[in-house]
Design a protein around this ligand. Structure first.
Ligand code: AMP
Length: 214
């Protein structure tokens, strides 16, 4: 299975991709995670991407397209994948089409996770991540009477992403409207788009995705 998980920041693409990985035996490829890893490793690419990411702007197309080509080639042609956060521009969509054609492959579909903007803000402002196990959580899930720790593994090594601050969030939502929304329209024209209501618990949304993909 080769799918695109589409949606604005905070829609739950990463959460759903993680749930889908084992169910569909496919690998999550998150360009955001790959870029953050490159930054943590201090690579030239990571340094180049850092400023764009901090400001909530898109990293240049050729950088992310290169990452996707590298990652999918490593997976091999038999392994399915779930693209999380890619493509985000029409140029990226076209590069993906070209890459698939070169490999004699097609995209099975695009799941658009739909969430109203007020809820996106609330989700992103309260989002925490764990350095230990990579879980993503919301501050409402913390035990109020105790020190904040990861709700999955108990690690104290949890943090808020630098681009989950209100100013950067606003820019990311604007970037989504300006540069990424046309990708949804294009996939709609190509007959590949399926919309899924993204409001509710992660399990509720996952059940809707499974129904849609049946
Ligand atoms: P995410 O983790 O998907 O929210 O991505 C975090 C940031 O990484 C974005 O705000 C962009 O700066 C950058 N990024 C991730 N994916 C892409 C992409 N496909 N194209 C350009 N920039 C990206």
């Amino acid at each position: 299975m080769r799918l695109v998980l589409f949606g604005p920041p905070g829609a739950g693409k990463g959460t759903q991709a993680k749930k889908m990985e084992s169910f569909y035996s496919a690998t999550q490829i998150s360009t955001g995670d790959l870029l953050r890893q490159a930054q943590a490793d201090g690579t030239e690419l990571g340094v180049r991407a850092a400023e764009f990411m901090r400001e909530g702007k898109l990293v240049p197309d050729e950088v992310v397209v290169g990452l996707i080509e590298e990652k999918t080639a490593k997976l091999g042609s038999n392994r399915g994948y779930l693209l999380d956060g890619f493509p985000r521009t029409i140029a990226q969509l076209e590069s993906l089409q070209e890459m698939l054609e070169r490999n004699g492959q097609t995209l099975d579909g695009v799941i658009s996770i739909e969430v109203p903007e007020e809820l996106l803000m609330e989700r992103l402002c309260g989002r925490w991540s764990c350095k230990g196990c990579n879980s993503v959580m919301h501050e409402r899930d913390f035990d109020k009477s105790n020190k904040r720790v990861c709700i999955s593994c108990g690690s104290e090594n949890i943090y808020q992403r630098e681009d989950d601050k209100p100013k950067a969030i606003q820019q990311r939502l604007k970037t989504f409207e300006d540069q990424t929304a046309p990708v949804k329209a294009k996939y709609g024209e190509l007959g590949l788009l399926a919309k899924v209501d993204g409001v509710g618990s992660p399990d509720e949304v996952f059940n809707r995705i499974k129904e849609t993909l049946k």
